[in-house]
Design a protein around this ligand. Structure first.
Ligand SMILES: Nc1ncnc2c1ncn2[C@@H]1O[C@H](COP(=O)(O)OP(=O)(O)O)[C@@H](O)[C@H]1O
Ligand SMILES: CC(C)(COP(=O)(O)O)[C@@H](O)C(=O)NCCC(=O)O
Ligand SMILES: [K+]
Length: 244
Protein backbone atom coordinates (compact mmCIF):
# COMPACT_ATOMS: atom_id res chain seq x y z
CA UNK A 1 0.00 0.00 0.00
CA UNK A 2 2.77 2.43 1.00
CA UNK A 3 2.44 5.79 2.77
CA UNK A 4 -0.67 4.81 4.70
CA UNK A 5 -1.29 4.20 8.37
CA UNK A 6 -3.32 1.13 9.21
CA UNK A 7 -4.26 0.24 12.77
CA UNK A 8 -4.63 -3.46 13.58
CA UNK A 9 -6.44 -4.57 16.74
CA UNK A 10 -6.80 -8.13 18.02
CA UNK A 11 -8.97 -8.40 21.14
CA UNK A 12 -8.29 -11.65 23.01
CA UNK A 13 -9.92 -12.67 26.28
CA UNK A 14 -6.90 -11.50 28.32
CA UNK A 15 -4.87 -9.06 26.20
CA UNK A 16 -5.68 -6.63 23.41
CA UNK A 17 -2.92 -6.43 20.83
CA UNK A 18 -2.65 -3.23 18.78
CA UNK A 19 -0.28 -2.41 15.93
CA UNK A 20 0.45 0.49 13.65
CA UNK A 21 1.31 -0.63 10.14
CA UNK A 22 2.08 0.78 6.70
CA UNK A 23 -0.19 -1.87 5.20
CA UNK A 24 2.75 -4.19 4.53
CA UNK A 25 4.46 -4.84 7.85
CA UNK A 26 4.08 -4.02 11.53
CA UNK A 27 5.74 -0.75 12.58
CA UNK A 28 4.95 -0.84 16.31
CA UNK A 29 3.02 -3.16 18.59
CA UNK A 30 1.45 -2.45 21.98
CA UNK A 31 -0.61 -4.61 24.31
CA UNK A 32 -3.08 -3.75 27.03
CA UNK A 33 -5.39 -5.74 29.27
CA UNK A 34 -8.65 -6.44 27.43
CA UNK A 35 -11.35 -4.00 28.54
CA UNK A 36 -8.87 -1.21 29.25
CA UNK A 37 -8.49 1.67 26.86
CA UNK A 38 -6.04 4.54 26.54
CA UNK A 39 -7.34 7.37 24.34
CA UNK A 40 -3.73 8.30 23.49
CA UNK A 41 -3.49 5.02 21.54
CA UNK A 42 -5.81 6.23 18.79
CA UNK A 43 -4.78 9.89 18.84
CA UNK A 44 -2.58 9.56 15.72
CA UNK A 45 -4.17 9.95 12.27
CA UNK A 46 -5.03 6.70 10.51
CA UNK A 47 -6.28 5.72 7.04
CA UNK A 48 -7.82 2.36 7.82
CA UNK A 49 -8.16 -0.26 10.53
CA UNK A 50 -8.80 -3.99 10.86
CA UNK A 51 -10.21 -5.57 14.00
CA UNK A 52 -10.74 -9.08 15.32
CA UNK A 53 -12.40 -9.78 18.64
CA UNK A 54 -13.53 -12.74 20.69
CA UNK A 55 -15.01 -10.48 23.40
CA UNK A 56 -18.17 -9.06 21.78
CA UNK A 57 -18.83 -6.11 24.13
CA UNK A 58 -15.21 -4.93 23.95
CA UNK A 59 -15.16 -5.47 20.18
CA UNK A 60 -18.20 -3.21 19.81
CA UNK A 61 -16.57 -0.49 21.91
CA UNK A 62 -13.38 -0.49 19.80
CA UNK A 63 -15.35 -0.63 16.55
CA UNK A 64 -17.27 2.48 17.54
CA UNK A 65 -14.11 4.36 18.50
CA UNK A 66 -12.22 3.33 15.36
CA UNK A 67 -15.18 4.07 13.05
CA UNK A 68 -15.00 7.72 14.10
CA UNK A 69 -11.41 7.90 12.85
CA UNK A 70 -11.33 6.02 9.52
CA UNK A 71 -12.99 3.33 7.43
CA UNK A 72 -12.23 -0.20 8.58
CA UNK A 73 -12.99 -3.88 8.55
CA UNK A 74 -14.04 -6.28 11.26
CA UNK A 75 -13.32 -9.96 10.69
CA UNK A 76 -17.05 -10.66 11.00
CA UNK A 77 -17.83 -8.81 7.80
CA UNK A 78 -14.98 -9.75 5.46
CA UNK A 79 -15.54 -12.40 2.83
CA UNK A 80 -12.14 -13.16 1.29
CA UNK A 81 -9.82 -15.59 3.05
CA UNK A 82 -6.99 -17.88 1.92
CA UNK A 83 -9.05 -20.80 3.17
CA UNK A 84 -12.18 -22.65 2.19
CA UNK A 85 -14.43 -23.14 5.21
CA UNK A 86 -15.22 -26.78 5.87
CA UNK A 87 -16.46 -26.42 9.46
CA UNK A 88 -19.95 -27.17 10.70
CA UNK A 89 -20.78 -23.65 11.83
CA UNK A 90 -18.62 -20.92 10.33
CA UNK A 91 -20.25 -18.21 12.49
CA UNK A 92 -19.08 -20.02 15.63
CA UNK A 93 -15.39 -19.78 14.79
CA UNK A 94 -13.49 -17.26 16.95
CA UNK A 95 -12.18 -14.38 14.85
CA UNK A 96 -8.74 -14.69 16.45
CA UNK A 97 -8.52 -18.20 14.99
CA UNK A 98 -9.05 -16.80 11.49
CA UNK A 99 -6.48 -14.10 12.23
CA UNK A 100 -3.94 -16.78 13.27
CA UNK A 101 -4.59 -18.78 10.09
CA UNK A 102 -4.19 -15.73 7.89
CA UNK A 103 -1.02 -14.90 9.84
CA UNK A 104 0.40 -18.24 8.76
CA UNK A 105 -0.36 -17.36 5.13
CA UNK A 106 1.26 -13.95 5.65
CA UNK A 107 4.42 -15.77 6.80
CA UNK A 108 4.32 -17.94 3.68
CA UNK A 109 3.40 -21.27 5.29
CA UNK A 110 2.05 -23.71 2.73
CA UNK A 111 -0.86 -25.95 3.72
CA UNK A 112 -1.04 -28.43 5.33
CA UNK A 113 -0.24 -26.50 8.50
CA UNK A 114 -1.46 -25.98 12.02
CA UNK A 115 -1.46 -22.82 14.07
CA UNK A 116 -1.10 -23.30 17.82
CA UNK A 117 -2.12 -20.40 20.06
CA UNK A 118 -1.30 -20.54 23.77
CA UNK A 119 -3.55 -17.66 24.88
CA UNK A 120 -6.38 -17.63 27.41
CA UNK A 121 -7.31 -20.96 25.80
CA UNK A 122 -4.92 -23.30 23.96
CA UNK A 123 -6.17 -23.46 20.39
CA UNK A 124 -5.10 -25.43 17.31
CA UNK A 125 -6.37 -24.74 13.79
CA UNK A 126 -5.80 -27.20 10.93
CA UNK A 127 -5.60 -26.15 7.27
CA UNK A 128 -5.45 -29.12 4.86
CA UNK A 129 -3.40 -29.37 1.65
CA UNK A 130 -6.57 -28.32 -0.23
CA UNK A 131 -6.64 -25.07 1.82
CA UNK A 132 -9.67 -26.25 3.78
CA UNK A 133 -10.04 -25.01 7.36
CA UNK A 134 -11.65 -28.06 8.87
CA UNK A 135 -11.58 -26.97 12.54
CA UNK A 136 -9.20 -27.80 15.31
CA UNK A 137 -8.80 -28.10 19.05
CA UNK A 138 -9.81 -25.85 21.96
CA UNK A 139 -8.27 -26.76 25.30
CA UNK A 140 -7.30 -25.24 28.64
CA UNK A 141 -5.04 -22.20 28.53
CA UNK A 142 -1.64 -22.56 30.18
CA UNK A 143 -2.05 -19.67 32.60
CA UNK A 144 -5.82 -20.09 32.91
CA UNK A 145 -5.40 -23.64 34.16
CA UNK A 146 -2.37 -22.73 36.30
CA UNK A 147 -4.35 -19.92 37.99
CA UNK A 148 -7.28 -22.27 38.48
CA UNK A 149 -5.10 -24.92 40.14
CA UNK A 150 -3.25 -22.53 42.43
CA UNK A 151 -6.59 -21.06 43.52
CA UNK A 152 -7.93 -24.53 44.40
CA UNK A 153 -4.85 -26.15 46.00
CA UNK A 154 -4.08 -24.59 49.40
CA UNK A 155 -0.35 -25.38 49.31
CA UNK A 156 0.28 -24.24 45.72
CA UNK A 157 1.26 -20.61 45.32
CA UNK A 158 1.26 -18.93 41.95
CA UNK A 159 5.02 -18.54 41.35
CA UNK A 160 6.40 -17.47 37.94
CA UNK A 161 7.16 -20.49 35.74
CA UNK A 162 10.44 -20.81 33.83
CA UNK A 163 11.68 -23.37 31.33
CA UNK A 164 12.49 -26.47 33.44
CA UNK A 165 15.95 -27.99 33.14
CA UNK A 166 14.74 -31.53 33.76
CA UNK A 167 11.74 -33.62 32.84
CA UNK A 168 11.07 -34.45 36.46
CA UNK A 169 10.74 -31.65 39.00
CA UNK A 170 12.65 -31.77 42.32
CA UNK A 171 10.71 -29.14 44.27
CA UNK A 172 7.24 -27.65 44.01
CA UNK A 173 8.24 -24.93 41.51
CA UNK A 174 9.99 -27.35 39.14
CA UNK A 175 7.20 -29.93 39.50
CA UNK A 176 4.78 -27.24 38.36
CA UNK A 177 7.10 -26.25 35.49
CA UNK A 178 7.13 -29.87 34.31
CA UNK A 179 3.36 -30.02 34.52
CA UNK A 180 2.57 -26.71 32.88
CA UNK A 181 5.48 -25.86 30.54
CA UNK A 182 6.46 -29.38 29.45
CA UNK A 183 2.89 -30.65 29.85
CA UNK A 184 1.50 -28.15 27.36
CA UNK A 185 4.45 -28.75 25.01
CA UNK A 186 3.55 -32.48 25.08
CA UNK A 187 -0.07 -31.57 24.41
CA UNK A 188 0.99 -29.77 21.23
CA UNK A 189 3.48 -32.51 20.31
CA UNK A 190 0.77 -35.15 20.62
CA UNK A 191 -1.56 -33.38 18.20
CA UNK A 192 1.31 -32.58 15.83
CA UNK A 193 2.54 -36.21 15.79
CA UNK A 194 -0.90 -37.65 15.07
CA UNK A 195 -1.71 -35.09 12.39
CA UNK A 196 1.71 -35.57 10.78
CA UNK A 197 0.82 -39.23 10.15
CA UNK A 198 -2.14 -38.01 8.13
CA UNK A 199 -0.31 -35.04 6.55
CA UNK A 200 3.40 -35.88 6.16
CA UNK A 201 4.23 -32.33 4.98
CA UNK A 202 2.61 -30.71 8.01
CA UNK A 203 4.19 -27.49 9.27
CA UNK A 204 3.34 -25.51 12.39
CA UNK A 205 3.46 -22.02 13.82
CA UNK A 206 3.15 -21.13 17.50
CA UNK A 207 1.84 -17.95 19.06
CA UNK A 208 0.09 -16.57 22.17
CA UNK A 209 1.28 -15.20 25.51
CA UNK A 210 2.52 -18.52 26.89
CA UNK A 211 4.18 -19.62 23.63
CA UNK A 212 7.09 -17.35 24.51
CA UNK A 213 8.21 -20.00 27.00
CA UNK A 214 6.67 -23.15 25.53
CA UNK A 215 8.23 -22.77 22.07
CA UNK A 216 11.63 -23.21 23.72
CA UNK A 217 10.86 -26.82 24.68
CA UNK A 218 8.70 -27.99 21.74
CA UNK A 219 10.35 -30.96 20.02
CA UNK A 220 8.88 -30.62 16.52
CA UNK A 221 9.77 -28.05 13.85
CA UNK A 222 7.57 -25.04 14.58
CA UNK A 223 8.04 -21.38 13.88
CA UNK A 224 7.34 -18.97 16.78
CA UNK A 225 5.63 -15.71 15.86
CA UNK A 226 4.40 -13.58 18.77
CA UNK A 227 2.43 -11.26 16.46
CA UNK A 228 0.78 -13.94 14.32
CA UNK A 229 -2.78 -12.60 14.69
CA UNK A 230 -1.75 -9.01 13.87
CA UNK A 231 0.09 -10.21 10.75
CA UNK A 232 -3.07 -12.11 9.89
CA UNK A 233 -5.09 -8.90 10.08
CA UNK A 234 -2.67 -7.37 7.55
CA UNK A 235 -3.27 -10.31 5.22
CA UNK A 236 -7.04 -9.89 5.71
CA UNK A 237 -6.71 -6.24 4.69
CA UNK A 238 -4.76 -7.22 1.58
CA UNK A 239 -7.49 -9.69 0.57
CA UNK A 240 -10.45 -7.39 1.36
CA UNK A 241 -9.33 -3.88 0.34
CA UNK A 242 -12.33 -3.69 -1.99
CA UNK A 243 -14.63 -3.49 1.07
CA UNK A 244 -13.08 -0.30 2.46
N1 LIG B 1 4.46 -11.38 29.74
C1 LIG B 1 3.79 -12.49 30.09
N2 LIG B 1 4.31 -13.35 30.97
C2 LIG B 1 3.62 -14.46 31.32
N3 LIG B 1 2.45 -14.79 30.85
C3 LIG B 1 1.91 -13.97 29.98
C4 LIG B 1 2.54 -12.78 29.54
N4 LIG B 1 1.75 -12.18 28.65
C5 LIG B 1 0.69 -12.95 28.56
N5 LIG B 1 0.79 -14.02 29.36
C6 LIG B 1 -0.18 -15.08 29.52
O1 LIG B 1 -0.64 -15.39 28.24
C7 LIG B 1 -2.06 -15.33 28.20
C8 LIG B 1 -2.50 -14.22 27.36
O2 LIG B 1 -1.93 -14.41 26.12
P1 LIG B 1 -2.62 -13.86 24.84
O3 LIG B 1 -2.05 -14.62 23.71
O4 LIG B 1 -2.55 -12.39 24.77
O5 LIG B 1 -4.13 -14.33 25.14
P2 LIG B 1 -5.49 -13.80 24.59
O6 LIG B 1 -5.31 -13.61 23.12
O7 LIG B 1 -6.41 -14.90 24.93
O8 LIG B 1 -5.82 -12.53 25.29
C9 LIG B 1 -2.55 -15.10 29.60
O9 LIG B 1 -2.99 -16.31 30.15
C10 LIG B 1 -1.33 -14.56 30.34
O10 LIG B 1 -1.27 -15.03 31.66
C1 LIG C 1 -11.33 -20.41 21.56
C2 LIG C 1 -11.27 -18.99 22.07
C3 LIG C 1 -11.86 -18.90 23.45
C4 LIG C 1 -9.80 -18.56 22.14
O1 LIG C 1 -9.73 -17.27 22.70
P1 LIG C 1 -8.37 -16.64 23.25
O2 LIG C 1 -7.64 -17.68 24.00
O3 LIG C 1 -7.56 -16.21 22.03
O4 LIG C 1 -8.77 -15.45 24.06
C5 LIG C 1 -11.97 -18.03 21.05
O5 LIG C 1 -11.45 -18.19 19.79
C6 LIG C 1 -13.45 -18.28 21.02
O6 LIG C 1 -14.18 -17.83 21.87
N1 LIG C 1 -13.92 -19.03 19.98
C7 LIG C 1 -15.31 -19.36 19.80
C8 LIG C 1 -15.51 -20.83 19.62
C9 LIG C 1 -14.83 -21.42 18.39
O7 LIG C 1 -13.84 -20.87 17.88
O8 LIG C 1 -15.31 -22.46 17.91
K1 LIG D 1 -5.70 -14.78 20.88
Amino acid sequence: MGNVTVVLVDIGNTRTKLAFSDGESLLSVTELPTGEFDSHLLSKPMDAWVLSSVVPAVGTMWTELLSRKAPGLTLKEVDNFDIIFDVRRKAEVGEDRLADIEGAFYLGLKPPFITIDFGTASVINLVTPQHEFVGGVIGPGVMSSYECLTSKAALLKEVPLDVPEDLIGRDTKTNLESGFILGFAFWAEGFYARLKKQYPDLSAVLTGGAAKIIHQVIDFPAQYEPHLSLLGLLRVLELNKHLL
